[in-house]
Design a protein around this ligand. Structure first.
Ligand SMILES: [Fe+2]
Ligand SMILES: [Fe+2]
Length: 265
């Protein structure tokens, strides 16, 4: 078996069987911990329109997703399912950040493997909670917006860091507090507990994105603020709109200038 980081990340990224994927990720994380990975670049780097994922859930356009209140058992489960789907996709997002950008310092790979491991932990916690609500991952339809942006930013790690962790994952920081309140209102204590863990960890993921975004800007003598705002305008679908979680974003490495810009949106 290869112990090459890029081969193993690609293999895990493309694995569509859920259990095998989680298992391969664990093996990859073990190899990282044991310092047993080979970092030599592997080419050609493939574009990946469709990463490995199970046959279910069915993917539909975001508009085709039924909007359900959280008040019913089904609506409650549908919310958990949508979070499970985000966490599952986030594993692929992190693996792609490892596989695709093969000229980064070793710590970059350690950071993104760490993110992949946390996403897998998030996914498994939510999946178990969903199971207690009487459903499994795959029982509801889901949408594919996260991978689309990942695919469209596969040519440049600077663009990827700006759009995936610092825009898509950062969105999670904004919306999670309101979800926590909703779950609290219906008495879902375990749900509240899980979402608090997710929020805490996601601040770390966005921070990893901020750190490597700034690293790449410095390497290219580019102004991080100008770059970030220009890239969001160029690549983000739809409007970036508040309310924003300024405190969490600040902890996640958003600069005072970036926060001031968000306040104008
Ligand atoms: Fe997560
Ligand atoms: Fe994340």
């Amino acid at each position: 078996m290869s112990n090459n980081l890029f081969d193993l990340s690609l293999q895990c990224l493309q694995e569509s069987d859920l259990e095998r994927k989680l298992q391969q990720l664990n093996q990859l994380l073990d190899l990282w911990t044991q310092d047993a990975l080979d970092f030599s670049a592997r080419g050609p780097i493939e574009r990946i329109p469709d990463p490995g994922r199970p046959a279910k859930p069915d993917l539909v356009s975001p508009k085709a997703l039924p909007r359900r209140g959280i008040g019913t058992k089904e609506g409650h489960a549908a919310l958990m399912h949508s979070i499970a789907h985000i966490e599952f996709n986030a594993i692929n997002l992190a693996l792609d950040a490892v596989y695709r950008f093969q000229e980064m310092p070793q710590q970059y790979y350690g950071d993104w493997l760490g993110v992949a491991g946390e996403e897998s932990y998030h996914f498994q916690m939510i999946r178990e909670h969903l199971y207690h609500l009487g459903y499994e991952y795959g029982d509801f339809p889901a949408h594919d917006g996260l991978w689309m942006t990942t695919y469209e930013t596969d040519h440049d790690p600077l663009v990827r860091m700006a759009l995936v962790p610092r825009t898509l994952e950062a969105r999670g920081l904004d919306v999670t507090p309101a979800m926590i309140q909703k779950l609290r209102a219906i008495g879902d204590k375990r749900g509240v507990e899980i979402l608090k863990i997710l929020l805490r960890d996601e601040i770390g993921h966005v921070e990893v994105g901020s750190r490597w975004f700034r690293y790449l800007c410095a390497q290219r003598d580019a102004n991080p603020f100008t770059q970030f705002t220009a890239l969001v305008k160029e690549y983000f679908h739809g409007d970036l709109r508040g309310p924003f979680n300024y405190e969490a974003r600040q902890q996640a490495g958003f600069s005072a200038q970036e926060i001031a810009w968000l306040k104008t949106l």
